[in-house]
Design a protein around this ligand. Structure first.
Ligand SMILES: NC(=O)c1ccc[n+]([C@@H]2O[C@H](COP(=O)([O-])OP(=O)(O)OC[C@H]3O[C@@H](n4cnc5c(N)ncnc54)[C@H](O)[C@@H]3O)[C@@H](O)[C@H]2O)c1
Length: 451
């Protein structure tokens, strides 16, 4: 039976919860909630612009003075963000950037978009999330909603966001709200963006989930808790990682069997159900796909469990750089050329087409292997100023047909849409095409060798 004091305590609890909940609901409904986005990179900056365009007043927080100064003067550094749109948001004071973390205390909603990389041993580096969790706990005020968006293993939100808050006396779901909602931004994707991609949300309590769903709006996909939300994102990317490994393994096999992998993939893709098309490459790059599965692997190991498919996929995908390097060696040899006497030109080095992100790019790893083995190595990369390779910065060149004409071999690394494939074909004497762009552009000939 509930005693009077317990009843009173319950009542106080309900009042506190309801007053904070309704206050935030009101702010969200009226778009008067102040939104803070922590980490203004590939995810944080488009996210900040998205909510500012929806009518919220957004403050972006970053530790990088350079990024903050650049944004406040209207200079954008992320391809997916519209330059004029960003300038308008800044001029209308809908968006400002700062390094002053004390201002976190003025925010009603905080979105955390800091990096979650792996170290050289492919172990999760959770330090960015941990640091931000502590800073948020130091500055946040009652009634704030904190949503972690960085990709991470299940349990992170509880350990690194909630614990520092509860240590300071906050009661999650009553006087402060916490949820996890992974970001699905796909840089360079022209069809899907923050406005039309469903967003998974799991809160620490029902109230947390309700409030987070209200904030996200019509794209919200509600799940029962933070752990499902955390795992769902890693599962999505592990699915891609494993399928990429399968098609990469098939590619190596097809080379042995002298069967065209690209035609094989197109044939299998003609099935209107049950098959999903993945294409091979020099490897798998970016801040997500080759990183996120290792977060899951780490968590599994902690529980004494082995995730064999992730490990195997890692071996296969990482092995594609070595495979590509050997194919290049063989190709030069078949044309009576020695690698050490050759001039190789690599077209495109970012981890995917039409963006400037070099993180984890397999083409960069191939360049590392080629650098001291060839007479001359030229990289043509319109989206980067320089590439750090083996502790040195390799200068990149603009596209120039004359450079291709002098090369012994042109390697198509990352096929940006701005490249003129006809010109590449006409000026190169030998082409190693890792993405089958020559055939796709009707330019297949004896001098084109496919991955
Ligand atoms: N890049 C993508 O395509 C993508 C897509 C979906 C999800 N994600 C996930 O989103 C998260 C962010 O990735 P990203 O690509 O935007 O990273 P990023 O490196 O581009 O940006 C992170 C930003 O956080 C800032 N930062 C670091 N520590 C900080 C701190 N203590 N306080 C404030 N700012 C800090 C950095 O200066 C940087 O500007 C990661 O977990 C990533 O896995 C990325």
């Amino acid at each position: 039976m509930i005693t009077a004091t317990t009843q009173e305590r319950q009542q106080q609890k309900n009042t506190a919860q309801y007053s904070h909940k309704y206050a935030l609901q009101r702010e969200l409904k009226n778009k008067t909630a102040k939104v803070g986005v922590i980490g203004l990179g590939y995810v944080g900056l488009p996210t900040a612009c998205h909510y500012a365009s929806k009518g919220y007043t957004v403050t972006g927080f970053d530790v990088s003075e350079t990024k903050v100064e650049s944004l406040n003067s209207g200079i954008n550094y992320i391809n997916d963000v519209d330059n004029d749109g960003l300038r308008d948001l800044i001029n209308q004071k809908r968006f400002t950037a700062t390094t002053d973390m004390k201002q976190l205390g003025d925010m009603n909603v905080l979105l955390i978009c800091v990096p979650t990389p792996v170290n050289k041993l492919k172990e999760p580096d959770i330090s960015y999330v941990r640091d931000v969790g502590n800073i948020v706990a130091e500055h946040a005020n009652e009634g704030t909603m904190v949503i972690l968006e960085s990709t991470t293993y299940p349990g992170t939100t509880e350990e690194y966001i909630c614990t520092p808050l509860t240590d300071r006396g906050y009661v999650i779901g009553e006087n402060l709200f916490v949820a996890y909602s992974p970001e699905r931004i796909d840089p360079g994707n022209k069809s899907f963006n923050l406005s039309n991609t469903p967003k998974v949300i799991g809160g620490m309590t029902e109230t947390c989930t309700d409030l987070a769903c209200k904030f996200i709006g019509s794209t919200a996909h509600r799940v029962k808790g933070v752990r499902v939300a955390e795992l769902s994102k890693i599962f999505e990317n592990t699915f891609r990682w494993i399928n990429m490994a399968l098609v990469n393994e098939m590619t190596v096999l097809c080379n042995e069997l002298e069967i065209d992998i690209w035609e094989t993939i197109n044939a299998a893709s003609s099935k209107p159900y049950g098959f999903m098309k993945f294409t091979p490459g020099i490897g798998v790059g970016g801040h997500c796909i080759p990183v996120d599965p290792y977060y899951l692997l780490y968590k599994a190991k902690e529980h004494g469990h082995r995730t064999k498919m992730i490990e195997l996929a890692g071996d296969i995908n990482d092995g594609m750089v070595h495979y590509s390097y050997n194919r290049i060696l063989e190709l030069l040899a078949a044309n009576d050329k020695l690698m050490k006497h050759s001039h190789i030109v690599v077209l495109g080095a970012t981890y995917k087409s039409d963006i400037g992100d070099l993180r984890e790019s397999p083409v960069v790893r191939l360049l590392e292997r080629l650098q001291n083995k060839v007479r001359n190595l030229t990289v043509i990369e319109p989206y980067a100023k320089g590439i750090r390779i083996n502790e040195q910065v390799l200068q990149v060149e603009k596209y120039d047909a004359a450079i291709l004409q002098k090369a012994d071999l042109v390697v198509i690394g990352t096929p940006h849409n701005c490249f003129d494939w006809k010109s590449v074909h006409d000026h190169a004497s030998l082409i190693f095409d890792s993405k089958n762009v020559m055939e796709e552009n009707g330019l297949l000939s004896d001098k084109v060798i496919k991955l």
